[in-house]
Design a binder for this molecule. Structure first.
Ligand SMILES: Nc1ncnc2c1ncn2[C@@H]1O[C@H](COP(=O)(O)OP(=O)(O)OP(=O)(O)O)[C@@H](O)[C@H]1O
Ligand SMILES: [Mg+2]
Length: 233
């Protein structure tokens, strides 16, 4: 199986070298646990080190804010932007309330196709699904989106907003069964941590590891372990 190096320091060694190519990964966690920074790092390093085009679909946080975040990390983005290697698009879920699900999915797929993206981020899948009035529709929409991106050979991270506890995997209780992988981010101030909950086709690491966010970005300490009992429910 071909692997996609994640570009997140400390992560590849936990998952046999990277995400399975064309897979979908749920990145779940509470507010401020580092989901968006993790995703930006995935796209930035993918473009810079592997020459892979990345598309970031943001549903709520404005693109300016995300660019500003990346300046803080002293990442050299402008050349990547100019060469269409890293693109950020805002997608307005509220304005699209009446648009049917297939059209919404198609708009995302069109962006990926136009740019021949190899890496994709949907931030967040919670905001994408939130207006749908039943969990059956949510399940269908996420499934259809994931499968369409898989056909394009895009390796996709979908962020998921949870209450932040260690057993809180998703918002609607279905997302984690649809994706090929689940990574949980945890934040119990002042300690940040993460673990790989699932990664299909991968003998992944089972431990919880400390995380640091700094001007260098999002980093995982794959050598150190945090005990499950020390994490909040
Ligand atoms: N340069 C930095 N140095 C240290 N910590 C930082 C830095 N920039 C951001 N952070 C931390 O990262 C947090 C934001 O991370 P991020 O936006 O990725 O979280 P998120 O999980 O996407 O949040 P949300 O659920 O609100 O979308 C900040 O609240 C702050 O604690
Ligand atoms: Mg975010």
């Amino acid at each position: 199986m071909k692997r996609v190096p994640t570009g997140v320091p400390g992560l590849d060694e936990l998952i046999e070298g990277g995400f399975p190519e064309s897979s979908s990964i749920l990145l779940s966690g509470g507010a401020g646990c580092g989901k968006s920074i993790f995703c930006l790092e995935y796209l930035y390093n993918g473009a810079r080190e592997h020459d892979e085009t990345g598309v970031y679909i943001t549903l709520e946080e404005g693109p300016h804010n995300l660019w500003w975040n990346m300046q803080r990390f002293k990442w050299d983005l402008l050349p990547l932007e100019k060469n269409n290697k890293l693109k950020i698009y805002k997608f307005e879920p509220s304005l699209d309330f009446k648009e049917n699900t297939n059209d919404q999915i198609q708009r995302i797929i069109d962006k990926a196709k136009q740019l021949s993206a190899k890496r994709m981020v949907i931030d967040s899948i919670t905001a994408f699904s939130f207006w749908m009035d039943d969990v059956g529709k949510i399940r269908y929409a996420i499934y259809a989106l994931i499968e369409a991106l898989r056909k394009l050979d895009c390796t996709t991270i979908l962020t998921c907003e949870t209450t932040g506890g260690k057993n809180s995997i998703s918002r609607f209780g279905v997302e984690e069964f649809l994706t090929d992988g689940v990574i949980q981010l945890l934040y119990t101030p002042p300690h940040r941590s993460m673990f790989v909950r699932k990664m299909r086709g991968t003998n992944h690491d089972k431990r919880v590891h400390p995380v640091e966010i700094s001007d260098a970005g999002f980093q995982i300490n794959s050598k150190e372990e945090i005990l499950w009992e020390a994490l909040r429910d």
